[in-house]
Design a protein around this ligand. Structure first.
Ligand SMILES: [Zn+2]
Length: 147
């Protein structure tokens, strides 16, 4: 499917930069998806926090994510809740279980695809301004029942 490439309208939906999300957002703007990694327990996490969700340690670093994972759950959206989404209706909003750790929530605009739980997806990062990008996911192949 030819995606209707108009991501500028998403710029006013971007939440403010904070100390916690600054590095994530700067990396995303450069086309990289990063996660937080806990040094003591080895867990990766998102969203960024000042402590590990697993063990409470504050000894956190950043790691690159492959951006690949499987669809954990999804909804198909038919209503334009914001004008920026109107060209993409209907689209999916999916919770993706990343291979390298946490679950992330993002839109998927390949609406003519059939989406199923377990389908394999990859991160798709789209520029929405000079300094911001948004995270989407796109289906790369149908999942198996093993997922
Ligand atoms: Zn930890």
């Amino acid at each position: 499917m030819q995606i209707k490439e108009n991501f500028d309208a998403f710029e006013d939906l971007v939440p403010p930069i904070t100390e916690l999300n600054k590095s994530y957002r700067e990396n995303l703007a450069e086309g990289r998806l990063i996660l937080q990694a806990c040094a003591p327990c080895g867990k990766n996490q998102y969203p960024f926090e000042s402590f590990c969700y697993e063990c409470g340690s504050t000894d956190l670093t950043e790691v690159s994510s492959t951006g690949e994972g499987s669809v954990y759950s999804f909804v198909k959206v038919h209503q334009p809740y914001h004008p920026a989404f109107k060209p993409f209706i209907p689209y999916f909003v999916s919770t993706v279980q990343l291979d390298d750790g946490p679950r992330m929530l993002a839109a998927m605009f390949e609406s003519d695809d059939v989406l199923e739980i377990g389908d394999r997806v990859a991160a798709r990062i789209e520029k929405i301004s000079e300094t911001e990008a948004m995270l989407l996911f796109e289906k790369i192949r149908q999942g198996t029942n093993e997922n």
